[in-house]
Design a protein around this ligand. Structure first.
Ligand SMILES: [Zn+2]
Length: 246
């Protein structure tokens, strides 16, 4: 592994460690800065060697170093995924302004996805951060007008869809948070590839819904994953769509 990739991986793991703090504290309205990391069970402040991403969890076999209570496997998973997101985006974009925007965006989306899985509701603060990053991502005023338009179309389409589905099933369908993530997808991918990503997210969700037999499935993880896949393979998706249409 070359040195720059190793550096990006370590950076991603460290950010992943911070995302775990965000996931643990933001839904409860706690500060992400103070107090410093502590065991959620016994409250003892972690030493720095308890704070090494992934390795500490493996070394302590998923338990707190003080009170031996179990530490969720979510911690090393979020850290590893963030590390992977950083490396993959670095390989695609290099160390550019787009890289910085996209790692911020996808780190935020990963955080939203995990919070949605755990709490079935996501904080607007993080969702608005993702949407804003997506709208400003071209860093060019003329293009930002277009990304804004696309996000409005997707947000609007999802809102209408929510009204229709809620009307027909007779209860509140889909989360409000999903609408904002749809707007984020529109801003990043545009109309056609964005529509493909939404379609892909339903395809990914169906087997999971069937297997887990959950009727109220959090949808943000599927939207975020589809956005990531389609963003990485945007060229391939566009040629595939062209092939289908013409
Ligand atoms: Zn403890």
């Amino acid at each position: 592994m070359s040195l720059d990739i190793l550096f990006i991986l370590l950076l991603g793991l460290a950010i992943g460690s911070f995302l775990n703090v965000v996931i643990h504290r933001v839904p409860k309205g706690e500060s992400v800065v103070f107090p410093s990391s502590h065991c959620p069970k016994c409250g003892v402040k972690l030493r720095f060697w308890h704070n090494i991403p992934v390795l500490s969890w493996l070394f302590l076999q998923g338990r707190c170093g003080f009170c031996n209570s179990k530490i969720s496997v979510r911690y090393p998973i979020v850290e590893s995924l963030t590390g992977a997101i950083f490396v993959v985006l670095y390989l695609k974009l290099g160390f550019t302004s787009q890289f910085l925007i996209m790692v911020s965006l996808f780190s935020t989306l990963l955080t939203l996805a995990v919070i949605d899985l755990e709490y079935r509701a996501v904080p607007d603060s993080l969702n608005l951060l993702a949407l804003t990053l997506a709208i400003i991502h071209p860093l060019d005023l003329n293009l930002i007008f277009e990304t804004l338009q696309n996000s409005l179309i997707f947000g609007g389409a999802f809102s209408f869809l929510r009204f229709y589905v809620s009307f027909f099933v007779g209860k509140e369908a889909m989360g409000e948070g999903d609408i904002m993530v749809a707007g984020t997808i529109g801003a990043i991918l545009g109309i056609w590839t964005g529509t493909f990503a939404i379609f892909l997210s339903s395809i990914l969700a169906i087997p999971v819904i069937l297997l887990t037999k959950q009727r109220e499935m959090p949808f943000i993880p599927f939207l975020a994953l589809s956005l990531f896949i389609v963003y990485l393979f945007e060229k391939e998706v566009i040629s595939f769509l062209n092939y289908l249409l013409y």
